[in-house]
Design a protein around this ligand. Structure first.
Ligand code: PEP
Length: 249
């Protein structure tokens, strides 16, 4: 089955109204010429409205996180509010949420469930830390993270899941996984989908690689069979993001 390439840009907690406006205006010119790639950008919560207003309609806008319920949760944004803002996507399970903010598998699973109930598309991140890779636990960690959040998804909701394999040791470090490492892990993730969900979900679900992707290293990664695109952090806040999109055409 052919899968539509997907490239996400996670701006994290960076940018200002002025810098993001000029960055996104630049993307409007450079990225929208590649309609065959699904491109999504995720600015910080405070800039979601601004970026949505500035971005070309072919560039999707994503929240970087959400909580399951609206209510007395100071500083948070709920799945319902993401939907209400007209945002089609949310990133969940990002390693910074897991390891800096100590989100548990159970919390992430509840977020995934709530986001899917709002018909959001979830960019679900998994990946191992350096010590786990060195202890040959990459498969165990990724499978555990997927089992915790993805085994109870209704069949109809799988079209709204994109999985990003993001080894923690590669995120923001400049140490990109080799194409072989990234292919091995994304193929393992696809085999988990086949074994635990079904063959059709395994062949249709987009699996991304994320971790120090840039304009120079993306072509070799993109050439790998099970890599359907990228989740990009640092390089998505620069004009080179459009080169990464172009590589996936
Ligand atoms: C990320 O934050 O998801 C990421 C992959 O960051 P970077 O590209 O900067 O490593």
């Amino acid at each position: 089955m052919s899968r539509t390439p997907f490239v996400g840009g996670n701006f994290k907690c960076t940018g200002t109204a002025s810098s993001l406006t000029s960055l996104v205006k630049g993307f409007n010119d450079s990225i929208t010429g590649y309609p065959e790639v699904e491109v999504v950008i995720a600015p910080g919560t405070e800039y979601l409205g601004l970026v949505k207003a500035v971005a070309h309609r072919n560039i999707g806008i994503s929240a970087q996180n959400c909580v399951p319920k609206s209510g007395a949760y100071t500083g948070e944004m709920s799945a319902e509010q993401v939907k209400d803002m007209g945002l089609p996507y949310v990133i969940l399970g990002h390693s910074e949420r897991r390891h800096v903010f100590r989100e548990t598998d159970a919390e992430i699973a509840a977020k995934v469930k709530a986001a899917l109930a709002q018909k959001l598309c979830v960019i679900f991140c998994v990946g191992e830390k350096l010590d786990e890779r060195e202890a040959n636990k990459t498969q165990e960690v990724c499978f555990h993270q997927m089992k915790a959040a993805l085994t109870t998804i209704a069949p109809a909701d799988w079209k709204n899941i994109v999985i990003a394999y993001e080894p923690v040791w590669a995120i923001g470090t400049g140490k990109v996984a080799s194409p072989e490492q990234a292919q091995e892990a994304t193929a393992l993730i696809r085999s988990w989908l086949s074994d635990n969900i079904n063959a059709s979900v395994a062949s249709s679900t987009r699996i991304l690689y994320g971790g120090s992707v840039n304009a120079k290293n993306c072509a070799d990664l993109w050439a790998r069979r099970d890599i359907d695109g990228f989740l990009v952090g640092g390089a998505s806040t620069k004009p080179e993001f459009s080169e990464i999109v172009k590589a996936c055409v």
